[in-house]
Design a protein around this ligand. Structure first.
Ligand code: NAI
Ligand code: MG
Length: 504
């Protein structure tokens, strides 16, 4: 049993009560296997990265970044106000006019490759910091976030000297200065999604990370300095919503790229209406994961677990709505519950951990609020009985049955480890139900029949749909939503276009 874990006997008791799991018992106990953090160097205080230098905020204000798994303070982060934002935008403009906008693509590529390579060299450090600051399991930050972030830079470095071939017969020009605002669920990865295509296309950048997870973006600032990028090409300013709003409203920004909640996306859309600013918005989701009776059931169960519990459900494309065909519903739900019992919730730095810490206290409160709503609406709740640490923000994997299309936990984004399950009989019925929602970011389909995959994927109104797998990402593939899930695409050639103007 791990140190700091409460309810020592819960797991054993629950195992005995889970049908068919009696014999598992103690064999599921793992010895702690924490990743070392000895090699991680964090400053006591981080300043703003403007014009190639770390500078103190003009207000003199700093806020804490904490470790959500321990509630301990990791560092103090500078809060940028409108004056600092203006300084950063000016630095980006000067770098655009003076160097970056004029530089040959093959030269820009060298810098972008260099960023990717240094990220790879410092991958272990970045992974540990990502897990400490954001709460996600080290297995994910080590195997998914950091390698994919480096891959984004490698991929777009390859485009930098081929921009003319991206639009055959036309001339593509950069835009100028991009203002970029990112969320806390994939901090470094989202920074890479934003910065890499902007630089490849010849733009300069002011990026604002989310206030609970600024640290890897500030480490990226160090890497950018190490890669010797001309000062001002990338500026990283920290702060909360007000800092983001100052960036959105700055008159000298050519493009806003935002990932975050639909509510803030709408505020941004209103704020820039009538201006010449271009924008892309990657917003919320409520993905349908659809299991047909002819699916490989064990594989599908694994996919559902990954789809909703991956990264504590802090994923805009999380498979938070499960539709299971009636004839196999009982089996699937039983297998899901059994599998949930084996998930390990706890220390994000432990390599055995499946579900780490909820990113913030606010987010934990939001999840709890939705659980209450689900129960009050008549949903039948099942929670894994795993032990959870007594300190920090943790939540047990949870599923709801007996919910309907009108339940709030079915239609609203919870952004936590909470799965809502409904059944269906026909393909037509499930497509209608899956589409009957304001979001349309992603989805999943599990079946043995190629024809069914084709029918479902061509009729679901969602930007990304996985078949017989879930949550797979690749830098060459476009990503983005329909309806309230957003505007524009990131990734691949599609993701380059919002950073260019095309002259025919
Ligand atoms: P949020 O949308 O408020 O924050 C995302 C980013 O926008 C942060 O960097 C934040 O500082 C910034 N921001 C906040 N207000 C702003 C404004 N008025 N102008 C410009 N920038 C602003 O998301 P929050 O509050 O962290 O999470 C709330 C909910 O949003 C979550 O529960 C989840 O449902 C959803 N969400 C969705 C994400 C996605 O990837 N689609 C990512 C993060 C949150
Ligand atoms: Mg933090």
């Amino acid at each position: 049993m791990k140190k700091g874990v409460t309810k020592k006997d819960d797991r054993k008791i629950k195992f005995d009560s889970v049908k068919g799991s009696k014999s598992l018992g103690e064999s599921w106990e793992y010895a702690p296997a924490p990743e070392s953090k000895d090699h991680v160097r964090l400053e006591k205080k981080y300043d703003l990265f403007i014009d190639g230098k770390f500078v103190s905020p003009s207000s003199g204000k700093y806020f804490d970044s904490i470790n959500p798994a321990t509630e301990g303070k990791l560092s103090e982060i500078a809060e940028a106000n409108a004056k600092d934002v203006d300084k950063a935008v000016q630095a980006a403009r000067n770098a655009y006019n003076g160097v970056w906008g004029k530089m040959a693509g093959k030269e820009r590529a060298k810098y972008i490759y260099r960023i990717a390579r240094i990220m790879q060299e410092r991958a272990r450090e970045l992974a540990v910091i990502e897990s400490m600051d954001g709460g996600k399991p080290i297995r994910e930050s080590r195997d998914i976030d950091i390698p994919l972030a480096a891959a984004r830079f490698f991929y777009y470095a390859g485009w930098a000297d081929k921009i003319d071939y991206a639009v055959p017969g036309a001339k593509a020009n950069s835009l100028g200065v991009a203002g970029q605002i990112i969320p806390w669920n994939f901090p470094l990865l989202m920074a890479a999604w934003k910065i890499a295509p902007a630089l490849a296309a010849g733009n300069t950048v002011v990026l604002k990370p989310a206030e609970t997870t600024s640290l890897t973006a500030l480490k990226l600032a160090e890497i950018i300095r190490e890669a010797d990028l001309p000062p001002g090409v990338v500026n990283i300013i920290t702060g909360a919503g007000a800092t983001g709003a100052a960036l959105v409203n700055h008159p000298d920004i050519n493009k806003i790229a935002f990932t975050g909640s639909t509510d803030v996306g709408k505020i941004i859309q209103k704020a820039i209406a009538g201006t010449k600013k271009k924008y892309t918005l990657e917003l919320g989701g409520k993905a349908a994961n659809i299991i047909f009776e002819d699916a490989a059931i064990d594989q599908a169960v694994e996919g559902i677990i990954n789809g909703i519990f991956f990264n504590q459900g802090h994923v805009c494309c999380a498979g938070s709505r499960l539709f299971v065909q009636e004839s196999v519903a009982k089996t699937v739900i039983r297998k899901l519950k059994d599998r949930m019992e084996t998930l390990i919730v706890g220390d994000p730095l432990d390599k055995n951990t499946d579900i780490g810490a909820i990113n913030s206290k606010d987010q934990l409160e939001k999840i709890k609020k939705y659980i209450k709503i689900g129960v009050n609406e008549g949903g039948e709740m099942y929670q894994a009985n795993c032990p959870i640490p007594s300190k920090g923000f943790f939540y047990r994997p949870t599923l709801f049955t007996n919910v309907s299309q009108s339940s709030r936990i079915v239609s609203e984004e919870i952004f936590g480890p909470v799965l809502a399950i409904q059944t269906f009989r026909t393909v037509e019925e499930v497509i209608e139900k899956a589409n009957n929602i304001p979001y349309g970011l992603s989805g999943g389909v599990w079946t043995d029949k190629g024809s069914k995959i084709f029918k479902v994927t061509s009729q679901l109104r969602a930007g990304v749909i996985w078949a017989n797998t879930y949550n797979k990402f690749d830098p060459t593939s476009p990503f983005g939503g329909y309806k309230e899930s957003g505007v524009g695409r990131e990734g691949g050639l599609h993701g380059l276009m919002p950073y260019l103007t095309i002259q025919n």
